[in-house]
Design a protein around this ligand. Structure first.
Ligand code: PMT
Length: 409
């Protein structure tokens, strides 16, 4: 019996030289037991003929949203419902952009919007196109929505260049698909994630905040949900869509986040504090806008410490597995080890902030994960969605066995 026995896979093939590898992919998916239906974009048809995919999949290939005969056989909504997994391989830069922006002007993009099945994309393109900030932003958007990103691989390219942008080989794609179908590594677990900044009001129009966009925390929430966890996301003021299968609670201040996280961690297996919680707030928020009066001195703000949410969760009698973040501008490892001990958490993810292109409000991050007893794992620099998946796998490996019901906080 194949590892994908009976799984209904909708394979979207988009334009690019790697489209020829999708033919091998169909054969391997079928060898693994999957039932495959293929949808091609207009670009893909420039590289491979539909007849190839029809012969290999055993089903007519669709590419036109407006084909009355094909719609009469299986309408596009029916096809979207039929799929248990939607896999786009190869996913061109254009297709990634269209998916990220929710376009629905051809059959494949429409199906991706209309389906409730998990979406997996395997990009393939020229290395400059992959590295372009627009493509990276699109990938980050898709990752934050829970889309599973597979690759790309690095190496020599058909265009003669060398770098990241090669389609992951079909056997590895089939393996990842099978892993996605297997019960997730966090199935049955409850994970609470905090994300984004907190805003501490000075008066009704001003506040103290920070540059956190929430992207790191949202990517972790998406990755944990994709791994089968029940995810409770406590989000500061950010402008991000809620990842699929994630329960979200929006808050504004450290005080509100503290209350929401403590409520959410009841019965949880893990808490991941990716939020950039303000350390200080105005001791008193002025009820009316503070006026500037000619000749009068500028006002002085008296600050007080905010609640330390991570330390509070770690101090609970039946605490969840606690993962903190450490945002540092220098001496990252030493400061992060200090936080690991002081806050008594199980893992700390240290990230350097202030460098261009990574950390706060960027698509990429660079994480160094530290644990007690000298545990040290450098996950390097990568898109936040990729780091989130690796972090979730690490958490799953280190999570203690589930506690008996009733024994939780
Ligand atoms: O949101 P992005 O734009 O994607 O950026 C991601 C990020 C850089 C914000 C993220 O990766 C990150 O580092 N988050 C933690 C930022 C931070 O506040 O670090 P810290 O070193 O000040 O705090 C250490 C830990 O204590 C964090 O887990 C924090 O959530 C927690 N903390 C801090 C203060 C406080 N009052 N309560 C807390 O729980």
């Amino acid at each position: 019996m194949g590892t994908l026995e009976g799984t209904r896979v909708l394979l979207g093939v988009s334009g690019g030289i790697a489209a020829y590898k999708a033919a091998d992919l169909v054969r391997r998916l079928r060898d693994a037991g999957a039932e495959v239906r293929v949808v091609m974009t207009a670009g893909a048809r420039q590289f491979v003929t539909p007849a190839t995919f029809q012969a290999l999949s055993g089903h007519p290939v669709r590419s036109d949203l407006w084909d009355p005969a094909a719609e009469a056989a299986m309408g596009h909504i029916e096809l979207a419902r039929w799929a248990e997994i939607v896999l786009v391989a190869p996913a061109s830069a254009n297709t990634l952009a269209r998916l990220a922006h929710g376009l629905a002007d051809d059959l494949l993009s429409t199906l991706c919007l209309a389906t409730s099945a998990p979406l997996m994309v395997a990009p393939a393109m020229n290395q400059q196109m992959w590295a372009h900030p627009a493509t990276q932003a699109n990938v980050a958007t898709l990752g934050a929505r829970g889309v599973v990103l597979l690759g790309p691989d690095s190496g020599g390219q058909a265009c003669g260049e060398f770098g990241a942008g090669r389609l992951v080989e079909p056997p590895a794609i089939v393996e990842r698909l099978a892993a996605l179908r297997a019960p997730g590594v966090l199935a049955g677990r409850v994970v609470v994630v905090s994300a984004g900044p907190t805003f501490e009001d000075v008066d009704p129009v001003r506040f103290i905040g920070n540059r956190s966009s929430g992207r790191m925390g949202f990517a972790i929430a998406a990755a944990a949900a994709a791994a089968g966890a029940e995810v409770r996301l406590v989000a500061g003021p950010v402008h991000l869509p809620t990842p699929a299968r994630v329960a979200r609670r929006d808050v504004r201040s450290a005080r509100e986040m503290h209350a929401a996280v403590l409520a959410a961690v009841a019965g949880a297996d893990a808490y991941v504090g990716a939020a950039a919680v303000a350390d200080f707030r105005p001791a008193v928020a002025a009820p009316d806008k503070i006026k500037k009066t000619d000749g009068a001195p500028a006002p002085t703000l008296l600050l007080e410490r905010t609640e330390d949410i991570l330390a509070a969760v770690a101090a609970l009698p039946a605490r969840p597995f606690c993962v903190g973040f450490a945002a540092e501008t220098g001496d990252v490892e030493a400061y992060a080890r200090g936080k690991l001990q002081r806050k008594r958490v199980d893992l700390v993810c240290a990230n350097r902030v202030g460098a261009p292109g990574e950390g706060f409000d960027a698509d990429d991050n660079a994480l160094l994960v530290l644990g007690p007893d000298g545990f040290r794992l450098d996950l390097g620099r990568a898109p936040k969605a990729v780091l989130a998946t690796r972090l979730v796998e690490l958490i799953a490996q280190r999570l203690p066995a589930p506690r008996a019901a009733g024994a939780r906080a």
